[in-house]
Design a protein. Structure first.
Length: 407
């Protein structure tokens, strides 16, 4: 098929979860023989360029320069206050762009696309309703669920009210976006069920997050007593996970393993956020790193103490592909078919979480056993060939039913 692919972010370098998902799906589509035209926002400060790698996947690339503010780091009080009076959620208001709309319309009028692939729901705001091309909606997560989980922990009344308002608007927007689609992708069976409830008439197919398991190879190296959490610190759920680990888990861990070090690997930790933990020994913030594989290789244990989130965690798949033992909350591992106790250790309470990490730090044989089992699961269920098979099945569904119906 001839596909118009709409993205909020220029996909390269694929250095965060959103870009990794987008790039993997694009590569799978190209491998299946589909012809892709990409229309994307791009930050001029990042020096984006039309690399040979991107044109190995896309026939054409159109970029609309725009600096997108972080949904969970940027204060942006004026725009948030103004947006409170709109029916659209804040993220969708950021995505709304006359230049992007003009770009999309120009492409639609000049090329005979068979379908539009929309990465997340937000870019759909720029596709006019009268455009009759079938929409394939790639849901990287279930947006309103993140806000629902945030509300469980937020105590500030003003922030709680704002989040509640955004949650309602996000739920309605995602429902409308799904209903507008000919077919929807979900990262997991868990997300599939939630999205199906939003739009019962839409075919929802599981197209999992994956990693290139050949790219993420076990190194066999580790630094004893190094515990890694990876994630961008410009995303609130990741900051909450770090605070939860440092305040509730790390003191218990260091009581058992005094030499334990907690490494936070990921972009954009603010100075204020770093200062919050300045008095706590044994914490290291790496900031942005050229290659996260280096940090994963250093770790004796990888942890995912997430309490807020949706979708599936690529950080787990990266660690698993490198045969690292992983301790996660159930929210952190949600949607992934890793077997607790055999391929991952699951713990929600701080005491149990700290004990699980301490036990692994003290048992090299158990670390190797858990890591090898995790890598096997990643290869079998979360590798690029698995994604390509899922994409092929989804497009077969589209071709056999939805596309014909739409026309």
């Amino acid at each position: 098929m001839r596909l118009l692919f709409l993205s909020m972010f220029y996909p390269l370098p694929a250095n965060n979860g959103v870009k990794m998902r987008t790039w993997a799906v694009m590569r799978a589509l190209a491998a299946e023989g589909h012809e892709i035209t990409l229309a994307t926002f791009a930050d001029p400060a990042e020096g984006y360029g039309h690399s040979a790698e991107l044109f190995g996947v896309c026939r054409r690339v159109e970029c609309v320069p725009r600096v997108l503010k972080s949904l969970s780091s940027s204060a942006d009080y004026f725009d948030r206050f103004r947006g409170a009076f709109s029916f659209l959620p804040y993220g969708v208001l950021q995505a709304r762009s006359d230049r992007m709309k003009e770009c999309i319309l120009s492409l639609v009028q000049s090329d005979g696309f068979d379908a539009v692939v929309c990465e997340q729901t937000d870019p759909l705001v720029n596709l006019p309703h009268w455009v009759s091309i079938p929409v394939i909606l790639d849901n990287q997560n279930v947006e309103h669920l993140i806000l629902q989980r945030y509300l469980q922990f937020e105590r500030n009344p003003a922030r709680r009210y704002y989040a509640w308002l955004e949650c309602r608007k996000t739920l309605q927007w995602q429902r409308e976006a799904c209903r507008r689609s000919a077919i929807a992708f979900a990262c997991s069976g868990h997300d599939q069920a939630l999205i199906q409830c939003l739009a019962p008439q839409v075919a929802v197919m599981v197209v999992p997050n994956v990693v290139d398991t050949d790219h993420y190879q076990p190194s066999g190296a580790e630094e004893p007593c190094t515990v890694l959490y990876q994630g961008g610190m410009d995303w609130y759920p990741n900051r909450d996970a770090v605070e939860f680990f440092v305040s509730a888990i790390l003191p218990r861990l260091r009581a058992s393993v005094p030499e334990a070090r907690f490494v936070v690997g990921g972009r954009s930790p603010s100075d204020e956020f770093r200062r919050r933990f300045a008095a706590v020994p044994g914490i290291e913030f790496t900031g942005t790193v050229p290659d996260m594989r280096t940090e994963i290789a250093r770790a004796a244990v990888c942890v995912v103490p997430l309490r807020i989130g949706s979708g599936t965690r690529l950080k787990i798949l990266e660690a698993a592909a490198m045969a690292k033992p992983i301790v996660s909350t159930r929210v952190g591992a949600e949607g992934l078919d890793f077997v607790g106790g055999r391929e991952i250790v699951l713990a929600d309470e701080p005491k149990a979480f700290a004990e699980a990490v301490a036990d692994l730090l003290g048992d090299a044989s158990r670390r190797r056993e858990l890591g090898r089992a995790a890598r096997r699961r990643a290869q079998e269920c979360y590798s690029l060939p698995v994604l390509r098979t899922a994409v092929s099945a989804a497009f077969a569904e589209l071709s056999e039913g939805c596309l014909v119906h739409q026309r």
